[in-house]
Design a protein around this ligand. Structure first.
Ligand code: SAH
Length: 237
């Protein structure tokens, strides 16, 4: 069975969008994963097809109705897939979460619009809330696409060499080292000599040192976690 995403949205025409192009698009065409959208509006109970109403307690904006969102969710064949709500209040999406999702059979992704969805449906259907970062988007669709992209490229056969995934940013809790390619000299800048030296071990050491340096200077949060893990591993021996 290939990894399958079902996206619940009021904007199904946004899909596959960028997911239909490039790496993910090619893999989609090859059947390495599958994508289905479900229009939440199809479950609207009124003839205007509206899915939202004014917030209880007052305030700006509109809220997606629990009954309509729940009906849309209940119409989906779960097939043991996690039920996820894209939400700025959720746990932050990480590479390890993406890897975990990639190992499963797929995901059902609920995209919010307006102010979000009625809290009761989040609780009653036990939606797992996932955020793609600390900023607010106008809808969950781009967040769902981001999550799908991160997961699909981890599927077997999607990215050419598996080794290229193994060395990437976050895979070992570090940011990736810098890359260079021809020309050898560009605007007077040379490729670091070590990379063209042919010494594979020296190249590996240099890249690892660059990863450490970059992580330390740019991401103190990742650096602290990396050092804690390294200290933990050392005391185990
Ligand atoms: N009023 C809400 C924001 C609603 S934004 C709040 O302050 O928390 C509308 C929808 O966009 C949300 O329901 C969610 O599905 C999506 N969304 C916005 N930002 C997101 C983020 N950082 N990660 C994931 N989904 C997001």
């Amino acid at each position: 069975m290939t990894w399958s995403a079902t996206v619940l949205t009021i904007q199904p025409e946004m899909f596959p969008g960028p997911l239909g192009l490039s790496l993910c698009g090619k893999a989609l065409a090859q059947g390495l994963w599958s994508l289905e959208t479900l229009d939440i509006r199809a479950h609207s109970t009124n003839r205007h097809g509206s899915v939202d109403d004014t917030p209880a307690g007052g305030g700006p904006g509109m809220v997606m109705r629990a009954d309509i969102v729940a009906a849309a969710i209940d119409s989906v064949d779960r097939r043991h897939r996690p039920l996820i709500l894209l939400s700025p209040r959720g746990q932050r999406l990480t590479q390890s979460r993406a890897r975990h999702l990639a190992q499963g059979s797929g995901a059902i992704l609920v995209c919010g619009r307006f102010e979000g969805i009625d809290q009761r449906v989040i609780e009653a259907r036990a939606l797992e809330e996932i955020s793609i970062g600390d900023y607010v988007l106008s809808g969950g669709e781009l967040a769902a696409m981001t999550l799908i992209d991160a997961v699909v490229r981890l599927q077997p056969g999607v990215v050419g060499a598996d080794a290229s995934l193994d060395e990437e940013s976050f895979e070992h809790g570090l940011l990736e080292y810098p890359h260079y390619t021809r020309p050898q000299v560009w605007e007077g800048h040379e490729i670091p000599a070590i990379l063209t030296s042919g010494h594979h071990q020296k190249v590996r050491d240099w890249r690892h040192a660059q990863s450490l340096e970059l992580t330390k200077s740019r991401r103190p949060d990742l650096w602290d976690a990396y050092q804690r893990r390294a200290a933990g591993a050392a005391t185990k021996h």
